[in-house]
Ligand binder design. Structure first.
Ligand code: SF4
Ligand code: SF4
Length: 331
């Protein structure tokens, strides 16, 4: 999702919706989401050991209901639509969903594990993100539960010629020694690469020690001087390396479950429902006390998920905004 923000700025797209929300949030002190983070399904064709989504089940709203949500979201000024999951490509109507998001003026992004990429058209997607934690075949099978590294690498190569894209690496103890290899892989294909440390949300399944975290993010920071394919900003990499708190504004993301439930925006407070877009309008959900209260978190550093850190810093500090935009344009 943050990658969407990066891509918007680097393309210098005149995105008036984003400017409007920036003004409303920063100057008028409103709490308005910008990114429609839509888990279109919990289903997944992988079994990552640190993930809980594939173990869930539940209803998925129809295409018609998704289109209604998109219309309301665009009227509320949300500017970026991210289809995520689970594995979003498992929805047979994902192409229509992305296309509807484009029609409503969203900058469209999709996060996938890559397995079904070659089978879906996805024309009109602005940014594709493929999750890739390792280039080691056995490790890949151990982490994801499927022996499919070759298929995913092949799909990334195929997609690199068709989409603006990046791979996103969740850094944990098992893959911290592969940073250079992963950067070289992205560089060789001319695609972006982003890193984020595993969240404490996955405690018990995957972890990273403070020592490994510092060492690894210092390495990424060093590599960034020579590799333009690393899209993380310097500010982000330093923040993680120094494990600093930051003024988190989690309401930047409107997190919507497959059944239309809006959940509290903070990643660490999962499953707390604050509304449902099938029975309520989006405007009434984002103006409700439940939503606004769930956004009041202040300084935090419990997770360093890209989609929270970078937008939060851009929206809370002009200095960070200038530095981020400078870093992005330089990339
Ligand atoms: S590919 Fe993504 S959604 Fe699927 S199991 Fe792995 S982390 Fe979870
Ligand atoms: S940094 Fe803290 S408040 Fe922000 S999303 Fe992460 S856990 Fe939630």
């Amino acid at each position: 999702m943050f990658e969407g923000v990066v891509s918007i700025f680097s393309n210098a797209t005149p995105y008036m919706g984003l400017v409007k929300v920036y003004f409303g949030n920063r100057v008028l002190r409103k709490k308005r989401p910008v990114i429609f983070a839509h888990m279109v399904t919990f289903r997944c064709n992988m079994r990552c050991h640190y993930c809980m989504y594939w173990k869930k089940s539940g209803e998925e709203v129809s295409l018609g209901e998704v289109v209604k949500m998109l219309k309301e979201a665009s009227e509320e000024g949300l500017a970026i639509y991210t289809a995520t999951g689970g594995e979003p490509l498992l929805r047979n109507d994902i192409e229509q969903i992305v296309s509807a998001a484009r029609d409503y003026g969203f900058y469209t992004t999709l996060v996938t594990n890559g397995l079904l990429l070659k089978r879906r058209g996805l024309s009109g997607l602005d940014l594709l993100t493929v999750s890739l934690d390792t280039l080691d075949r056995e490790k890949f099978a151990r982490i994801t539960g499927v022996n499919a590294l070759n298929e995913v690498v092949d799909a990334i190569k195929w997609a690199s010629e068709r989409f603006r894209m990046n791979v996103n690496v969740v850094v944990h103890e098992e893959n911290a020694n592969e940073i250079f290899r992963l950067v070289e892989f992205a560089d060789s294909l001319g695609i972006g690469i982003t890193f984020e440390p595993v969240s404490s949300y996955f405690a018990g399944c995957a972890s990273i020690s403070p020592k490994t975290l510092r060492r690894t993010f210092a390495e990424i920071l060093r590599l960034k001087r020579d590799y333009r394919c690393i899209w993380n900003t310097e500010g982000y990499l330093r923040l993680v390396m120094e494990t600093q708190n930051f003024p988190c504004l989690p309401y930047f993301l409107l997190r919507v479950n497959p059944d239309g439930t809006v959940i509290a925006p903070c990643y660490e407070v999962d499953h707390v429902a604050v509304g449902n877009l099938t029975s309520q309008t989006l405007k009434s959900v984002v103006s409700s006390d439940a939503f606004i209260k769930s956004c009041e978190v202040g300084e935090c550093g419990k997770c360093y998920l890209l989609c929270y850190v970078e937008p939060s810093m851009v929206f809370s500090s002009l200095r960070w905004a200038v530095k981020s935009i400078y870093g992005i344009l330089k990339a």
